[in-house]
Design a protein around this ligand. Structure first.
Ligand SMILES: Cc1ncc(COP(=O)(O)O)c(C=O)c1O
Length: 330
């Protein structure tokens, strides 16, 4: 990262960092909000429904594809998510961002930082949290600012009030302490230690290039497995846009694809695969987990046995609660 960029630790994880940036910087010029999955959509909601910025353009794309990034005007401010975690689609590069742009680029890079070679000169605000790619402890957000972002902070005062937790300036000047190890409120020193440990581990592997190679190799192994099967595919059709950290897959088996609804589902008679497909699926099942204690689930007039507590949790049922009674191991 360029030596003149500032790095700060802020409250409330990546969400805190992104919202702090948006609340502090937006409103000075028109903004384009670019979203291709749920987290990006969350930032759109912030700007359109909470900040209620009148001069906001929203550019979205359905799950699995990128919007036309080349059409984005980076003379406006732009807010986007580098790696759309919930769609497994990432920006392939920063070529669409002008070097001499007038706007600021605010990039939620939480599932990209440490696994992608981010083009720092194209990014004015970058955010991430420790628990994502490095797998550290969750609590704090990282807020990285380019000199142009700092200039905006020092020359523009938003029309709305800012709570202490969002304040990056005092008397029109950047609070430099935030970028020199001070924090706005109390950080978790356990999380800090864990993060230092994760950074040491990353250094030991060979730093960023090694982390990227590792992540790419893992994603490639998964893709090879997918390519060998005709019933499953990467949600991102365009290989260059496929995430190396949050791979999303779709079931393309004909019986599933033929079901009504966006991702299948709908009429009860369509919920179950027909004979042959069902038999094939049964063969492809993963090995059963070791048997743990079973649970008796009472409901809808009939009892069901449920083997794992995980499955109960997925069904929204907890042992000992309401309809669920613990019974002997199977
Ligand atoms: C792209 C993206 N943005 C934001 C978040 C929220 O991160 P945090 O929980 O660190 O606030 C997530 C969480 O998975 C994410 O994937």
């Amino acid at each position: 990262m360029p030596a003149d960029y500032r790095i700060g630790i802020v409250p409330a994880s990546d969400t805190g960092a992104v919202e702090m940036a948006m609340w502090s910087l937006l409103g000075a010029r028109p903004v384009t909000m670019v979203a291709w999955e749920s987290f990006g959509e969350g930032w759109v909601t912030d700007v359109v429904k909470q900040l209620k910025l009148a001069d906001a353009t929203v550019v979205t794309a359905p799950y699995g594809v990128l919007p036309d990034l080349a059409a984005i005007d980076t003379d406006q401010d732009v807010v986007f998510t580098w790696n759309g975690t919930t769609s497994g689609v990432r920006a392939p590069n920063g070529d669409w961002i002008k070097a001499d742009r007038q706007g600021l680029t605010i990039c939620d890079a939480t599932s990209a930082a440490f696994a992608v070679d981010l083009p720092w000169d194209k990014l004015d605000v970058v955010t991430y949290s420790w628990q994502k790619v490095l797998g550290g402890e969750a609590a704090h957000g990282m807020l990285i600012l380019s000199p142009r972002a700092v200039e905006r902070l020092e020359t523009y005062k938003p029309a709305w009030p800012l709570p202490k937790i969002f304040r990056l300036t005092k008397g029109g000047k950047l609070i430099e302490g935030i970028f020199q190890g001070e924090t706005i409120n109390t950080p978790s020193m356990l999380c800090v230690e864990d993060y230092l440990d994760a950074l040491d581990w990353a250094d030991g592997l060979g730093g960023l290039p090694a982390l990227i190679r590792r992540s790419e190799a893992n994603a490639a192994a998964l893709q090879t497995w997918v390519d060998q099967r005709d019933w499953i595919a990467n949600l991102a059709d365009v290989p260059e846009t496929r995430s190396n950290t949050s791979v999303c897959l779709k079931i393309v088996a004909p019986w599933f694809a033929a079901r009504p609804g966006p991702a299948g589902g709908g009429a009860e008679e369509n919920r179950r695969p027909a004979g042959e497909a069902r038999r094939r699926l049964r063969h492809q099942r993963l090995p059963r987990r070791a048997a743990g204690p079973a649970h008796l689930v009472r409901g809808n007039g009939r009892d069901r046995r449920c083997r794992s507590a995980d499955r109960l949790a997925r069904l929204g049922l907890c042992p000992g609660q309401g309809r669920v009674r613990r019974v002997a191991a199977l």
